[in-house]
Design a protein around this ligand. Structure first.
Ligand code: FES
Length: 575
């Protein structure tokens, strides 16, 4: 069936030929109204769609997929849309992070098992982006991602409000008696008022920026609002381009190189991006075979200037960022610090892609000479409390708390925290260090975003707005505060965090990258001898598989047996 003169594509092993198998593969497909000529050896493009009404940030993806299809048809390809597991950040319990690797497995196996030559990945809400990229990286077909785009700016009465960031802010105001519950409820409708994902520089927007910085999305991918017609144009152009990528055999492994990851780390710092991106970049790199460690984030990110003035660290939102020039303007500004030769899915280098990118608003996107902060990278801490590392985002922290010594107030679980934090008799003051255990990948399970612990009401009422908080959990990219996260090893794995007791003195010194538990070694050894590992979080199913195989945060929390790639060999016939 393959047309003469054309290279035989992967899909031809299903749709080519004239025997019984080809009959089976084509005939059932034709029940969808597909004409015979579509099976003539043209590139078959999967549209990997994380649409779901349970993932509101991705609920507009059926429309986006239609525009990808237009582009694929226009370029002479044959588009076939298929669903994946979807991960709705606001609904799934205990946390979408528990299921990111499951989504990656779904994507990987769906791509390999089906007659696909290339794929357009549609992702938006936080974990759908890394989940799809991890799966695609383990298959290594020509792949191009289209992000769903951010929501329009939130507007509550006369204020601009940002996803997540204002939830934390308003809920603290309610707890402090500064906002009524009726106003709080009204703000719900005002924050999320259009299709799209969180419009702060939270994890979803950060990961959409990473897509563009890694070179796996077309220029403009990160910031075009979901409801702007230009997002549909981007999807259309992605459909056209993926067909060319198949013809060029431009696979993901040629895009996701060490240089691409180094670019992403630098961009992550320049945009003041989410700490969650560290986990996801480590996991994606592990799939594609690029060595990447926490030390790379420190080395490449620590001296990067913060150029983007977006919430939660700054003032503006993704819609403003788009109008200001979006990520191409940021990358042009820091181009001397990037690997400009890195190849992108557009078929050109990064330098070529951003060389002419204009900045229309220097308030939103600063120059390197006038940054918001001179050194803004996420800091990687070490010390006896986190032998495998921990992270803090200085740009979202209170400056004077970046060097702090205080007594620990320990919570053994998030339930313990919730039961006691509002108690007026709780022995706590602004110097206390809140320590939360049991929220790592194995312990919770899934490493939820609970690291930005709410402050005790009695301190809020005194005007205290930040405290040092330490945990093995993650933090929402929309959150802020002096919050130490991703402590490795986690408490459930027997890390020193498990041994911390009330009143232990803890020293945080971000300038020195130090996190120290001021307890003598022999006392820690005594406590370790008494420590008992918690029972496994599950005895069956995917969660059992997860807790038995999940890696620690310093390796990206992938499952150990999923690291690496199996490529895209043609599987054996099914009948
Ligand atoms: Fe989906 Fe924030 S909840 S991106």
């Amino acid at each position: 069936m393959a047309a003469k003169g054309k290279a035989r594509l992967r899909s031809a092993h299903w749709f080519g030929g004239e025997g019984k198998d080809a009959f089976n593969h084509r005939s059932w497909m034709k029940n969808q109204g597909l004409p015979h000529h579509l099976f003539d050896g043209r590139p078959v493009i999967g549209i990997c769609n994380s649409w779901s009404e349970l993932t509101p940030c991705n609920a507009h993806f059926r429309d986006l997929a239609e525009h990808v299809k237009r582009g694929v048809y226009e370029a002479g390809g044959f588009p076939l849309e298929f669903p994946t597991l979807s991960l709705g950040e606001t609904l799934m319990r205990p946390t979408t992070m528990l299921f990111r690797n499951l989504m990656a497995m779904d994507v990987e196996e769906s791509l390999r098992a089906n007659p696909l030559d290339g794929v357009v990945l549609l992702a938006g809400c936080d974990k759908t982006t890394p989940g799809q990229l991890m799966g695609a990286a383990s298959v290594d077909l020509p792949s191009l991602m289209v992000s769903g785009g951010p929501m329009l700016n939130g507007r509550f009465r006369d204020q601009t409000i940002g996803s997540g960031t204002h939830v934390w802010k308003f809920s603290e105001m309610v707890r402090a008696g500064e906002m009524t519950l009726a106003d709080f409820t009204e703000a719900e409708s005002c924050m999320s008022r259009s299709a799209g994902h969180c419009m702060t520089m939270g994890t979803a927007s950060t990961m959409a920026c990473m897509v563009e910085a890694l070179g796996v999305g077309l220029g403009g991918n990160a910031a075009i609002p979901a409801v702007d017609s230009r997002r549909r144009v981007l999807a259309h152009m992605a459909g056209r381009r993926i067909v060319e990528m198949v013809r060029e055999d431009l696979r993901l492994s040629r895009i996701l190189t060490r240089a691409a990851f180094e670019n992403a780390i630098r961009v992550l710092a320049a945009i003041g991006g989410s700490t969650n991106a560290i986990l996801h970049l480590l996991a994606i790199a592990g799939r594609i075979g690029v060595p990447l460690t926490l030390a790379d984030f420190e080395r490449l990110g620590h001296d990067m200037p913060l150029l983007v003035d977006l919430m939660p660290a700054g003032r503006f939102l993704m819609e403003d960022f788009y109008y200001a020039g979006g990520l191409p303007a940021v990358m042009r500004e820091i181009l001397p610090l990037l690997h400009g030769e890195a190849l992108t899915v557009a078929g050109c280098t990064l330098s070529e892609a951003v060389a002419q990118a204009p900045c229309w608003n220097p308030e939103v996107i600063r120059t390197r000479e006038k940054p918001l902060q001179k050194k803004a990278g996420i800091a990687i801490l070490t010390g006896n409390l986190c032998p495998g590392g921990a992270v803090i985002k200085p740009a979202a922290a209170t400056r004077k708390l970046l060097r702090h010594r205080g007594p620990a107030l320990v919570f053994e679980s998030i339930e313990d925290f919730k039961a006691r934090i509002d108690d007026p008799a709780l022995e706590v003051d602004e110097n206390s260090v809140l320590v939360l255990k049991g929220c790592g990948p194995r312990g919770y399970p899934g490493m939820p975003e609970v690291g930005n612990l709410p402050l005790p009401p009695k301190l809020l009422k005194r005007g205290i707005t930040d405290m040092v908080r330490i945990s093995d959990a993650r933090m929402s990219g929309t959150a802020y505060g002096t919050v130490v996260l991703h402590v490795v090893p986690e408490a459930a794995a027997g890390g020193p965090l498990a041994l911390v007791q009330n009143g232990d003195w803890i020293e945080l010194d971000v300038a020195k990258r130090r996190l120290h538990l001021d307890v003598a070694d022999d006392e820690l050894a005594r406590r370790r001898a008494l420590w008992k590992a918690p029972p496994p979080a599950a005895t069956r199913g995917y969660v059992r598989l997860y807790v038995e195989h999940v890696e620690q945060a310093d390796r990206g929390c992938d499952l150990d047996f999923l690291v690496g790639s199996s490529g895209a060999p043609i599987p054996r016939e099914s009948h």
